[in-house]
Design a protein around this ligand. Sequence first.
Ligand code: CTP
Length: 407
Amino acid sequence: MASAQAASAPLAGRRILLGITGSIAAYKAAMLCRLLKTAGAEVRVVMTPLAKQFITPLTMATLSKNPILVEFFNPENGAWNSHVSLGEWADCYLIAPATANTLAKMATGVADNLLLTTYLSARCPVVVAPAMDLDMYAHPATQQNLRTLAGRGVRIVEPAEGELASGLTGKGRMAEPAEIAGFVADLLDEKKKTLAGKRLIVTAGATIEAIDPVRFISNHSSGKMGYAIAGELAARGASVTLVSGRTALPVPPGVDRVDVLSADDMYEATVKAFDEADGAVMCAAVADYTPETVSDTKLKKGDGELFIRLRRTRDIAAELGSRKGNRLLVGFALETNDEEAHAQLKLEKKNFDFIVLNSLRDAGAGFRGDTNKVTLIDRSGREELPLMSKREVAARIADRIEHLFTR
Ligand code: CTP
């Protein structure tokens, strides 16, 4: 009974301060507020003056069942809207949508409205759900601001790819209200520290194999799947070492990242960390071949063809598999044909507990995107998952890891 109630009201007794800024995505804040309320939270809403142009305070007041705060003083009676007590009241300050402008002000400490002064005085976890046009999102200034905020502990619910208000298509659309509400629930759910005390390694991203000081051999892996897994395992209380090839991604909260470039570097870092670990998830796209010699100086072009001799790299997963003992080992397989047969072979050859198969033939699976479509295969069978966000796939993989630890 109690757990059924916890499942239906994961935010029972929680106080969420919802900050709304001036983006067209503000209309989704109405649904978000409803979801937070349905999940059991008490919600108060603070809006920037511009946000009122996109969604009315009346709508938000009705849904949150609380008056809306916009000004430093209540225009009716002159009472002071204290940003300090708002920040103290909240268990979580969720700013959704968060515009590029508000993120920039947060990153630099500008305090010219109530939403921002409250941010500066908030002691609770702060979550932002960015919403903007694709070029604004991709702009180095915005990316720098997001990194600054993440470095200060602000949690970011990444925007999705899709059609934007401008008519363009790309990354910048605010995450869906259900995903944001779920993110907040997970963040506040201390009871979910099911992997506390476990030390796990995740490898992620592409390796870089130098040809000379300028050129290299690599692949299209963005690292997103591995980073999502590292973040999910850390959120469940594991102590996570993320051995990462080159990516443009921020370090997930609570994760210890070791940066490497080549397959050889990744081998050394991972094998070393495995001694102390309870398990590893091998998500990196590791080069199988590397140039036999690396030129110290830039190779100059000649008239004829150029041949680069490659040697095999060491297989990190196979090495961990051979010294695994009772530790846990999870592998990945990205295939283009005879997918399941290839994945089965890798499962056995590398001594994985289970393998996550994605096929480049499936739309929405594989490199770079925010979604994936995978099949989980172990010695007792296969579980084919539908197309879902990489964050959800990470949660399903973490569920299995949790289950294997409690066998
Ligand atoms: N892997 C690894 N070290 C390597 C190569 C791969 O740890 N040097 C891991 C990957 O992280 C992944 C799994 O092994 O978990 C992939 O298996 P692999 O057989 O190497 O896949 P491919 O490189 O795609 O192999 P193939 O060319 O045989 O398809």
